[in-house]
Design a protein around this ligand. Structure first.
Ligand code: CP
Length: 304
């Protein structure tokens, strides 16, 4: 089994992973040798803090070993993804890859003899969404009918939240004035609409009124944030998105928990004071990347 998006998983399987994350968090010793002698290859074509650290520490704490592989210093950069993955999967037990293109990840999954985990591509970020759902379940004790409002750019994280929420019984409303076209997956949105749990609106004030969680993400993709070629588009987005910033005024009548998958761009998608607000669960959410990474690895390596 691979984890490229949530298409590979039933709602029940997804709930099992979320619950395993919670169990691992409370009883880490129980799993201290679960992946003895196992290796995870972690390949990065883009930068990362949380995904890299959480999966590497997860493998160590489960008794296994993780290799960090920078795409640019390997022959993945000059050869076929298929051939290099054929080789790699004969040496490790699992692969986690953060690639620019979902198409390359699909090739990797096809070539691999071992499970492949999507560490975030332009379409999906499933390991992030599992940590987010875990955080929501911890706070509310359930996911059924819990309402998440995602405010920002429709992107890879947004797709995985839509898929994750609607598969686990949570409601999701998106407020996304800009659609990041490379992330577009009409089939995912169509499936989500059929559940009756997903809606989209531009009325941000109305959307947050009965929200249990309000979630935002960067307005500019990580690989473009410091790119001078992207400066004009960045300025355009900031102007357009500023009315949708998560701040005190927007949440003045709301009791919702505040979420962000990080990295944060303070003063853009979220105001400084909201990050430190008592309702913010942002740092707990990021901590949960570790436990959810363990739960994903245990699932894909058939430990439950
Ligand atoms: N949220 C997230 O994936 O963080 P990194 O980009 O730092 O891995």
């Amino acid at each position: 089994m691979h984890l490229i998006s949530f298409k590979e998983l039933s709602g029940q399987q997804l709930i099992e992973i979320i619950d395993k994350g919670i169990d691992v968090k409370h009883d880490p010793e129980k799993y201290g040798t679960a992946l003895n002698g196992r290796s995870l290859a972690m390949i990065f074509q883009k930068s990362s803090t949380r995904t890299r650290v959480s999966f590497e520490v997860a493998m160590t704490q489960l008794g296994g070993h993780a290799l960090y592989i920078d795409w640019r210093t390997t022959n993945f950069a000059i050869a076929s993804v298929y051939d290099e993955t054929q080789y790699l999967s004969r040496n490790v037990d699992c692969i986690m890859a953060r690639l620019k293109k979902n198409a390359d990840l699909q090739v990797m999954a096809e070539a691999s003899r071992v499970p492949v985990i999507n560490g975030c591509d332009e379409k999906y970020h499933p390991s992030q969404a599992i940590a987010d759902l875990m955080t929501m379940k911890e706070k509310k004790g359930m996911l059924e009918k819990v309402k998440l409002v995602y405010i920002g750019i429709h992107n890879n994280v947004c797709n995985s939240l839509i898929e994750g929420c609607t598969k686990t019984g949570a409601k999701i409303t998106t407020v996304t004035p800009v659609f990041n076209e490379p992330s577009r997956d009409e089939k995912l949105l169509e499936n989500a609409r059929k559940t009756g749990l997903y809606e989209t609106t531009l009325d941000v004030k109305q959307a947050v009124k009965d929200a249990d969680f309000v979630y935002t993400d960067t307005w500019v993709d990580m690989e473009f944030f410091l790119d001078p070629k992207y400066a004009v588009e960045k300025e355009k987005r900031v102007k357009l998105m500023m009315p949708y910033q998560i701040n005190k005024e927007l949440l003045k009548e709301s009791d919702a928990y505040i979420m962000h998958d990080m990295p944060i761009h303070r003063g853009y998608e979220i105001s400084q004071d909201m990050i430190e607000n008592p309702k913010s669960v942002i740092y707990e959410q990021s901590e949960n990347r570790l436990y959810s990474a363990k739960a994903i690895l245990l699932k894909l390596l058939e430990k439950y």
